[in-house]
Design a protein around this ligand. Structure first.
Ligand code: ATP
Length: 616
């Protein structure tokens, strides 16, 4: 079953209240172009179906056909009935069901086997009964929102350290587990029967009407033993299941190789004229379209549009300006063809001159444009395929199950490469107001050795103005929003956002399609960063950070200096690069790291705080 067939099967059981909300779900087009379908490298990894007045039922069986599915959001809809059997989607990493009308008890084993689940939002529904024990045992759970339901009974001890929790406005009772005693009391408010820290209600307080008092030591020991036994049994079962599961797990969906780029994309060559073959080059001077690709690089294998159109193709994803396809030439060479919409800001000559200018750029951290194709109504840019895909995918997409996330030294390598590439662009394209103009994590690609390659650079002069304003990163900068100005420092702001995204693992809300928390990343970091090592600020999946905390904090500070709203105070690209180049993977032994670190902070020492303590 293909992804599109699975999604169309899933659609059958939905009742869609909002007219035309799913009009783009048409088998004639690839599913990655459908509204609410999130893709990476041609595979569907998420459905984001929010505010669509959806009801009916959620057909989990149909969703099991999406082998790369990792995230599901049905927030703000009208789904009712019991909690669906999401545990059949064992690879899910996030599940958002808040603001619906789901109801009833969730069975104790509802989350069994969901070993990858990190985020679970069930707020503002009508769930009742106990918090399912299997939820509390999820090994990777970080963010749980159950507020605004009718959950009752005691709060279970969660096995994994939670970063976010909201249990407010339920009917929970009894002693709050010790591990939550440092949390904000707001997490628990609106539950009349809860007692213990952080609430200022003692468990034998008269404020609690008819609630159990805190248990005595003997039952506690028995409960402890029983829990330990259960945990051992469950862990054993999970281990066995997991082994089986890993064996059985099919590879991520890869599209079949039969169809050609032309079939898949509808890209056409110029019309046949005077009976000549479409592949034949025609004189541009006579005003007739040229069917040949214009090559910008002498050092690359030559092919023409015909070869590309014949090639087997796979959609890599689509952005605001069109879709990108991987085309495999008959020689086996893999190319990427990006089909641009909204690229009519320059006439043919201007376009060609600009392309030649971009084609002359040569830097270790730039993905060269190999060739382009110009027709009035069709522009294609052709470049090499980058093996590891985008930085965005590597940070958030979590390719294959079990693949390790980027560690600190790799993240630093990426930041250094991006800054070098950006500096080079500023040196070589001084006449452009923002020489990159569209810096974001999906426009940073990674080679086999994790060397970053910037792409989609220097395009501002070619993109239609109003589309550029709607979609290009440069136009989302504070100076554009405030003064309608884009400057060289706009790219520095983009670099700063990228640094914060790399360190925190959070999506910058203002320009990516997936915006789960609606937060503004810079404000969040500014608010949370108190100058000292704050584990919750950093991506939990960033490994190998032990003895590097000072360097990581240093990079965070550089990121924030690149994100200064006041353009005058913001770093110049050269200054930013200089500071970034000084960073090291590890503190060397003779570095007086802790003393400099403390002097820059509020005086609280971080000595002894190891990265292990933040659960990496
Ligand atoms: N040369 C390449 N090698 C590997 N993956 C690529 C390549 N070019 C693009 N991609 C991937 O294809 C997907 C779609 O890219 P595309 O550039 O079309 O959109 P985008 O970067 O998400 O948005 P925008 O249209 O705003 O640039 C992205 O995930 C991107 O990382």
């Amino acid at each position: 079953l293909s992804d599109s067939e699975a999604i169309l099967n899933f659609k059958k059981s939905l009742v869609v209240g909002k007219a035309d909300a799913l009009a783009t779900w048409d088998a004639k087009n690839p599913p990655c172009t459908w509204a609410g379908v999130l893709c990476n490298r041609g595979s569907v990894w998420g459905l984001q179906m929010e505010n669509l007045e959806l009801s009916g039922s959620i057909d989990i069986e149909a969703l099991t056909g999406l082998t790369s599915l990792r995230t599901l959001s049905f927030m703000n809809n009208k789904f009712g009935g019991p909690f669906p059997e999401f545990k059949k989607l064992r690879a899910l990493k996030s599940l958002y069901l808040s603001n619906n009308q789901f109801e009833g008890t969730i069975s104790g084993d509802a989350f069994e086997g969901m070993g990858w689940l990190k985020k679970l939002h069930l707020s503002q529904n009508k769930f009742a009964g106990e918090i399912p024990i299997s939820m509390s045992k999820l090994p990777k759970l970080l963010d749980v929102r159950l507020d605004g339901n009718q959950f009752s009974g005691q709060i279970p001890e969660f096995e994994h350290n939670l970063l976010m929790l909201n249990l407010s406005n339920n009917a929970l009772t009894g002693l709050i587990p010790e591990s939550f005693s440092m949390m904000d009391p707001k997490v628990f408010e609106g539950n009349k029967g809860l007692c213990g820290k952080p609430l200022e209600i003692e468990c034998d307080s008269p404020q609690l009407e008819g609630q159990p008092k805190s248990s005595t030591k003997v039952p506690l020991i028995i409960t402890g033993l029983v829990t330990a036994l259960t945990v051992i049994i469950i862990l054993g079962v999970v281990f066995l299941l997991n082994r089986n599961y890993k064996k059985k797990q099919p590879p991520l969906a890869v599209e079949t190789k039969e169809s050609s780029l032309q079939k898949k994309t509808g890209i056409r060559e110029a019309e046949h004229r005077n009976g000549s073959s479409p592949a034949k080059s025609m004189a541009t001077s006579s005003g007739v379209e040229n069917t040949k690709l214009s090559f910008l690089r002498e050092d690359k294998e030559k092919f023409d549009l015909q070869d590309l159109l014949k090639a087997s193709a796979e959609i890599l994803g689509s952005g605001c300006f069109g879709a990108s396809y991987k085309a495999v030439l008959s020689s086996g060479k893999m190319m990427v063809v990006k089909r641009f919409k909204h690229m009519n800001n320059a006439g043919r000559d201007e376009f060609q001159d600009h392309m030649k200018r971009l084609g002359r750029l040569k830097h270790h951290n730039l993905l060269p444009i190999v060739a382009y194709y110009y027709r009035k109504e069709e522009k294609l840019l052709v470049c090499d395929f980058a093996e590891r895909g985008s930085l965005s995918f590597n940070l958030h997409g979590n390719q294959t199950l079990g693949k390790p996330s980027l560690d600190w030294s790799t993240r630093l390598k990426i930041v250094k490469g991006v800054a070098r590439g950006l500096f080079y662009l500023h040196q070589d394209l001084p006449s452009l107001m923002a020489p990159h103009g569209h810096l974001k994590s999906s426009n940073v690609l990674l080679t086999k050795t994790f060397e970053p390659l910037l792409t989609d650079y220097g395009l501002i002069p070619l993109i239609n103005q109003e589309k550029a304003q709607d979609h290009m990163v440069a136009y989302k900068s504070p100076e554009y929003l405030l003064h309608r100005r884009v400057t060289k420092k706009t790219d520095v702001w983009g670099l700063g956002i990228l640094i914060l995204e790399i360190l925190t693992g959070k999506f910058p809300a203002n320009f990516l399609r997936v915006n789960q928390n609606g937060e503004d990343l810079v404000s969040w970091v500014n608010l949370s960063f108190k100058g000292v090592w704050t584990p919750d600020l950093f991506d939990k999946e960033m490994a190998k950070t032990k003895h590097c905390e000072g360097q990581i904090l240093q990079l965070l500070r550089i990121g924030l200096k690149c994100c200064e709203t006041d353009v005058e105070k913001r770093l110049e690209i050269g200054e930013a690069l200089e500071k970034i180049e000084e960073l090291k993977e590890r503190e060397s032994d003779d570095d007086d790291f802790y003393s400099t670190y403390v002097s820059e902070t509020d005086g609280r020492s971080s000595k002894g705080v190891s990265c292990e303590s933040i659960n990496l």
